[in-house]
Each structure stands twice: as C-alpha cells, then as structure tokens.
Design a protein around this ligand. Sequence first.
Ligand code: SF4
Length: 233
Amino acid sequence: MMDARRQAYLDAMGIRVWVRRQSAPEPESAFVSDEQAPPVPDFEPMALDWDELAARVAVCEQCPQLVASRTRTVFGVGSHKAGLMVLGESPGADDDRRGEPFAGISGKLLDKMLRAAGFPRSAVYLATAVKCRPPDDRDPEPGEFSACVGYLRRQIELVNPAVILAVGQSAARSLLDTDRPEPRRGDVHRYLAADIPVIVTHAPVLLLRSPAEKRAVWNDLRLLKRVYKGANG
Ligand code: SF4
C-alpha cells in the first residue's frame, strides 16, 4: 500500500495511481431473491461477437441456483441471419441434455406448426430468455431474467430478425417494457430497443396439455405471417 505522504505528493502533481480495489465480501447466501438487485455482469455483452458471446454464456455463473441445476448452458440455435427469432422462457430437461432450446416433444410440435406456417427450423433462430435450466423446472426468478437479459439483447441485435415470436407469457415479458402480467396475444407488440415487432403465443407445453389451444396458436402464427410479410415488403 502507498503511504499517505507519497499519495499527497502525487495528488498535488495531478498523477492518478491505479490501486487494486478490495474484493467484495462473499454473500452469506447464494440465493438471488426478487428483492435483491440482480447480479451485475463484469463485462459488456453488447460489445461481443457471436463466438465471444457463446463462450461467455458457456462459463456464466451469475445465477448460483441455476449453475447448480444445469447440465450445460443452452445458448441458442439456428440461422444467424434468420428473419424470425423464436424466444422461449428457459430450457427444459431435453434442452438441458442436448444444449439446444425447444429440443423436447413440445418443441417438436412447435416446429411442426412453424413449418406449416412457412417457417422451417433452418430459417429461424431459437433461443430462451434464461439460458440455464432452473431446478425442478421451476419458473425463473425475476433476478435470473435480469441477469441473463444482456445476452438475449445481444443475440437479438446480432440476428436482427424482422419479427420475434415470444412463446409464453414470461418470454414476452422479458422483451416487452410492460407491467401487464400477461401481454396480450393477438396484438402486435414491439421490442423497443430495436423496434422489432413481437407476436405472443402460448408455450408449446400448453399445447400438449390442451390440444384445443392449437387453433389459438394457429391464429397467432397467421398474424405472425402477416407481420413478417409486411416487414419484408
Ligand atoms: Fe448466466 Fe443466464 Fe445461466 Fe444466469 S441463466 S447463470 S445469467 S447464463
């Protein structure tokens, strides 16, 4: 450590000296509650390219509970130039095993419907708002959405899709600047950071539980198709 007299000389000469900061004390509990501020990343995701971003996500340990429950992080998959980005909430068991979002049966059902609407998987970029599987498939905590949102924003910026399909209400809320607990299906919302239209539909797992909802999802996909065509002239 520098003594006070030397520091005073340097201050008088207008010289600033780099001093290592004391490291923050370890928190007593690793649990990220809703009331606590989300962890602040020690880097700027918006400056990263695809490879750097994927590498950061792969070693990210900002959410202690999710780090303990995941097998691996689930970054995203698909065309980096996709016109359509499909966004889910968080990885499920199959996604966690394979390292790909929408890898399970419900994801396959969504694939089928997207293909029927003219969007084969090869023309879509798929991602989740939270990139690690929560323990016992619980809903992600608000602090976990906040911790992960920088990665998602950068993915959206890099893909720059014409339209985003938010699959499930939590996925929609992670994108939209809204206090509504349930952003309305049937409306064209906007992801304001990049002025991209957002269509909201049901999570595919609901279709497995309630096949009658397929008609509602089909209507959402028709709206998606119209907005996509409009965005592409
Ligand atoms: Fe990191 Fe996102 Fe996983 Fe949290 S959910 S540990 S922020 S990659």
